[in-house]
Ligand binder design. Structure first.
Ligand SMILES: Nc1ncnc2c1ncn2[C@@H]1O[C@H](COP(=O)(O)OP(=O)(O)O)[C@@H](O)[C@H]1O
Ligand SMILES: [Mg+2]
Length: 471
């Protein structure tokens, strides 16, 4: 014997994979993977005892394989390794020169078939266990970081201000269709997305959230779709993307308006074909997912300005749900305030929640909450941090009420000289009123002013003008 090989029959590759090799001489290293034609594969499965391979006396599949393993001028003695009747690999001996093995050698070798087969089977299943373990660890770490802070969510206003929204959510939850949540920041889009997932048949599957605006543009493709080993500098191992992790569950694409163009193309493909391709990979991986997307931006407007793909918009907009701003459901404010006082007290270890001073709830209901529910939550939190006993007065709300007033110089431009910014603010306010608060689209303020809606929005926020407010 001059060389010895331990090979496995890799049914995923349809190939022989040589996992160990030893040679007396320091000849050329053998090919690591030897793909087999189907005919040869089928023939190999049927091998029973040891096989003497002599290049001069072979035909059919045996001849084909002898060429693949470069038998010419050598002799091979091949021992099939079977476990529970399945061929899992072979032990192959090679001697230089032709006709070197005889029946006696074959019989001798067959005595080690069982121990070798067992050892190989153990090694293979061990490798498989390691792979599963890595996948599970990976998922576990990920799920823990994503899910834990979300436990204990409760939806306030489901029967009042959010009634319509909740009805729609319940209606579509059992289906697997794409959902688009639209609404200002802090209105509760995350909460609704969660509710949809946990009311669906996918509730025991993963719920994976991606904030499209929080991942750098250069990483977003690999984060979403995963990458193969070596796909780019730094890709030292293969990585499953969030779509793959969401398999069997829901993927929540938050701030979808921030998705860069290239990722938009890839996302469209996922929605169309329900399969993904890793960065640097060339095979499609099927995924069973539901997509929920959310944005506070006007996607339709972004489409008009070529910032968002129209075809993707059509795909996403199949079932839009608009989560109304808090100022349009003032009736929810008292319940939300009470809810947050309770939750935050528990969090801060305050044993009995203090009372809210008279008049405060009314003031809260009249305030127009540009930051919506989140602003209310933060307000309660700040109040409780400063709490020193007695009733909760929410004095800081008074300050917000003042600073949030829209500039009132707009009415008449008579009187003393005003600077250019003030004049501009006044004019924009006036036009906004004419357009009934609409910034973008036909009849919107941007059109009336003859400027790009984004430019207008930029100016408005610089001038401290709020938009979306009903005037
Ligand atoms: N209806 C609601 N009931 C209870 N808490 C809510 C409700 N809506 C929003 N919240 C809370 O307000 C905060 C902001 O909501 P979130 O879903 O993150 O808003 P968005 O995703 O629209 O910016 C979160 O802490 C959320 O738990
Ligand atoms: Mg959100």
């Amino acid at each position: 014997m001059d060389e010895i090989y331990l090979d496995i029959m890799d049914s995923q590759l349809g190939a022989i994979r040589r996992i160990a090799h030893f040679a007396n001489s320091d000849g050329e290293a053998a090919k690591e993977i030897v793909p087999l034609p189907e005919l040869v594969w089928g023939w190999g499965q049927k091998l029973s005892g040891p096989l003497i391979m002599d290049a001069r006396a072979l035909s059919g599949p045996a001849k084909m394989i002898s060429e693949l393993v470069e038998l010419a001028g050598n002799s091979d003695l091949v021992l099939p390794l079977r476990v529970e009747n399945e061929l899992i690999g072979v032990l192959a001996l090679r001697a230089y020169g032709e006709g070197r093995y005889n029946q006696g050698d074959a019989e001798l070798l067959s005595t080690v078939a069982d121990p070798f087969a067992l050892a190989l089977a153990n090694a293979l299943s061990y490798g498989e266990v390691l792979r599963y373990r890595d996948t599970l660890l990976d998922d576990n770490r990920f799920l823990r970081s994503e899910l834990v802070p979300r436990l204990g969510d409760e939806i306030i206003g489901g029967n009042s201000g959010l009634r319509n929204v909740m009805e729609m959510a319940q209606q579509i939850a059992p289906l697997s269709n794409t959902v688009l949540l639209m609404g200002e920041t802090g209105t509760g889009k995350d909460v609704i997305a969660n509710a949809i997932h946990f009311a669906s048949s996918r509730k025991d599957g993963p719920f994976i959230k991606v904030n499209c605006g929080a991942i750098s543009e250069s990483l977003i493709d690999s984060e979403l779709f995963g990458h193969e080993k070596g796909a780019f500098t730094g890709a030292i191992t293969e990585k499953r993307g969030r779509f793959e992790r969401a398999d069997g569950g829901t993927i929540f694409l938050d701030e979808i308006g921030e998705l860069p163009p290239q990722a938009q193309v890839r996302l469209l493909r996922v929605l169309q074909h329900k399969e993904i391709e890793r960065v640097g990979g060339d095979r499609a991986i099927p995924v069973d997912i539901r997509v929920i997307a959310a944005t506070h931006r006007n996607l339709e407007g972004m489409v008009a300005e070529n910032q968002f793909r129209e075809d993707l918009w059509f795909r996403l907009n199949v079932f839009p749900i608009i989560v109304p701003p808090l100022r349009q459901r003032r009736e929810d404010v008292p319940a939300l305030a009470r809810h947050f006082v309770e939750v935050k007290c528990r969090e801060f270890g305050i044993s009995s929640p203090p009372a809210i001073a008279p008049g405060v709830l009314e003031r809260m209901m009249n305030y127009w909450w540009p930051g919506n529910v989140r602003e209310l939550e933060n307000l309660v939190e700040r109040e409780l941090i400063r709490y020193r006993g007695g009733q909760l007065k929410f004095d800081s709300l008074l300050l917000d009420e003042k600073s949030a007033k829209t500039p009132s110089i707009s009415e008449e431009l008579t009187g003393g000289a005003i600077n250019l910014d003030e004049a501009m603010a006044a004019h924009i306010s006036k036009v906004l009123k004419m357009a009934k608060g609409k910034v973008h689209g036909p009849g919107g303020a941007a059109e009336l002013l003859g400027i790009n809606p984004n430019t207008l929005r930029g100016r408005m926020s610089k001038l401290g003008l709020k938009y979306g407010k009903r005037t």
